[in-house]
Ligand binder design. Sequence first.
Ligand SMILES: [Zn+2]
Length: 157
Amino acid sequence: MKFLSDAMHGRITRFLRILGYDTFYPFDMDDSEILKIAKKENRIIITRDIQLSQRAKSKNIPVILLTSVDFIKNFNKIYKTFSINLELNSSKSRCPICNSELIPIKKEAVFGKVPQKTYQRFKKFWICKNKECGKIYYEGIHWEKMRKQLEKVKNLK
Ligand SMILES: [Zn+2]
């Protein structure tokens, strides 16, 4: 399952990528082009734009129209509609910044590239496969925060 999340859904995009879903986040792209890419790459469109949603439907492109301003509610709608997996698993995660896959990297290899305290505290690290990005990840405090938010998404009535 792949997604295309249109503008203003930066947070949703990051969460989907960390959960392991390939999510394209177009920047400054018109609707026709968005529809073309979604169709070609089999992506589900996530949008707030009614017109875009209607155009997608007329072309048989799966689309989810978000109507809330609340992140938890919106993500819950995506979760319920597509039964996405809400379990965090770093070995499946994609880079929240560039959507590339992450690969495990030896602790020694990140020495000097992450803050000293982080280096001492964590055992497992991942690096973005995309050399131009190359961001390093670990299951820090942001990870726990995300887990709590995903719990809320799951338990929303
Ligand atoms: Zn990256």
